[in-house]
Design a protein around this ligand. Structure first.
Ligand code: DX5
Ligand code: ZN
Length: 225
């Protein structure tokens, strides 16, 4: 059976001049790679696009989850699919009706997730919960790695967990932003199942050890599930 609890290293804090090596260092502890695509409109920075996804696809067999912090996820999903993405995660703030993105992603054979920013209430995504694989709860404001986890998001995670369980859905809850061993534990306690982490892995002196420790936390939860 596929693991319920997953580690998603986010390459945003990796050394982009040595991206393949960076991925190789954490690969054995990772369940997927989280790739933060930012377009300079939805958020101020411009980061990674399909060309980098294509390069990664050639060097790892890990699933590639593309977090689309872009204003036009519908228009861009096909490019990410073509580059070798495994799934796309679109923001409810960019696409208040995400059905067309969900349909396009499915028609291209991709997994699909929906993400919400800290100020956005959970209610905004509830109508679409049945249709997605992952709910990505932002625990920082999107745009940059290395920010502090916002603890006020914990009740949102708890509410999402309660609703997913009430409906009997198999939707993963990912947390994204400021996740380390401490905040990761809090997020898991609140009901998250996927930990995304950039700086807590790639900004550490030993990224492999950092990934191993996070994975161990997840494996403990898996064993007790
Ligand atoms: C933020 C991104 C996150 C980011 C997390 O906009 O969506 O995925 O990489 O970085 P850390 O783990 O450093 O907070
Ligand atoms: Zn992200």
């Amino acid at each position: 059976m596929a693991a319920r609890y997953k580690l998603a290293p986010s390459i945003l804090s990796a050394d982009f001049a040595r991206l393949g090596e960076e991925v190789a260092r954490v690969e054995k502890y990772a369940d997927l790679l989280h790739i933060d695509a930012m377009d300079g409109h939805f958020v101020p920075p411009i980061t990674i696009g399909p060309v980098v996804v294509k390069a990664l696809r050639a060097v790892t067999s890990l699933p590639l989850e593309c977090h689309l912090m872009v204003t036009d996820p519908l228009g861009q999903t096909a490019q990410f699919a073509e580059a070798g993405a495994t799934s796309v995660v679109a923001h409810i703030e960019a696409t208040p009706d995400p059905e067309p993105v969900i349909e396009r992603a499915r028609s291209l054979g991709l997994g699909v997730g929906i993400s919400l920013n800290p100020p956005t209430p959970l209610d905004a995504i509830l109508p679409f919960l049945e249709r997605v694989d992952v709910l990505n709860v932002m625990t920082v404001n999107p745009g940059w790695a290395g920010q502090r986890f916002i603890p006020e998001m914990l009740p949102k995670i708890e509410a999402a967990r309660a609703e997913i369980d009430r409906r009997g859905l198999d939707v993963a809850i990912a947390v994204d932003g400021g996740i380390d061993l401490d905040t990761g534990r809090d997020a898991l306690d609140a009901g998250a199942t996927v930990l995304g982490a950039a700086s807590a892995i790639f900004s550490r002196p030993d990224p492999a050890e950092a990934a191993r420790a996070l994975k161990e936390l997840l494996s403990e939860r898996e064993a007790n599930a």
